[in-house]
Ligand binder design. Sequence first.
Ligand code: FAD
Length: 309
Amino acid sequence: MILVLVEAPGDEPSAQALTFARSLGGPVAAVACGFVPEGVERAHVAEGEAFAGGFAPDAWAAAIVELVGRIAPTAVIAAASDRGSDVMARVAARLDAPLAANCVAARAGEDGWAVTRVRWGGSLLEEAVLHGSPALLTLAPHAVAAAEVALGEPVVETFAPTLADGDLRVRAAERIGAAGGGITLSDAHVVVSGGRGVGSAEGFAVIEELAGLLGAAVGCSRAVTMAGWRPHSDQVGQTGTKIAPEIYIAAGISGATQHMAGCRGAKRLLAINPDPEAPILGRADWAVIGDLHEVVPAISAAIRKARGE
Ligand SMILES: Cc1cc2nc3c(=O)[nH]c(=O)nc-3n(C[C@H](O)[C@H](O)[C@H](O)COP(=O)(O)OP(=O)(O)OC[C@H]3O[C@@H](n4cnc5c(N)ncnc54)[C@H](O)[C@@H]3O)c2cc1C
């Protein structure tokens, strides 16, 4: 039995983790805190006041550890999302077991689990053997596409984990909606990002206009978040969000390794930069050598014209 953490109803990274777990063979069960997940064969649902409020990573970890003691899964898998990584690190500490983070492949063997995992912001794939039982893994974002499976009603077992006082010391108190009008960076089909070349927070008006016309999410580089022009939730990269859109439009971004680590999954890249030597041009499918403050409004104007607006 492989246990998969489902973070929230309809959560895409959790659906990817479920698909990955199913590909490994054997039965799969979900564990969820405070809700019954859909699209699963079997679900263990932690109930109680601790799971009704905001995200409490220690309480979630306590629930998983209690369940592991009871059902003895061969592996516990979560998405390498903010929450999945947070919870699984705590599960590993409580079980005093190793955790293989950011895996893209795994196979159970006699000497442990052979895993392939993404290191150094995506520039290195590491082959490793994970010892310990159960095997604790997180799945790198977009390592697999979530597959929809036709399942009947899940078999649901609820349980009320025993919690210590400290398990609620860390708890999300408030949730602030994404700034991008509902399109999240990690799920967007098109992302339009601006870098230091945008020049100011106000300069992002042209980026937002194009993103609005394309139904895209707005992203940015770390130079931008460091300057306080955009929130960290907009940052693409090694220390930001990993994206996998059909088209990534990067304007005023040089293409540092740490930025490219976050957009490696993009199917097509359009770079807009006046510097023909900018590293990002070496990775781009299309490039416009020019000032984004001229090029981006020109693209928006062309889209409006083509739509007859
Ligand atoms: C541990 C670590 C983690 C990091 N994590 C991240 C991360 O997650 N994401 C990330 O992005 N960075 C990250 N960085 C920072 C990264 O190394 C770069 O410093 C950063 O990506 C640079 O951002 P930039 O491309 O916007 O700025 P610059 O490198 O300064 O590039 C600006 C570009 O804009 C162009 N430009 C200037 N004017 C215009 C104009 N008018 N029109 C069009 N183009 C113009 C320039 O030619 C240049 O190519 C990290 C660094 C470290 C050390």
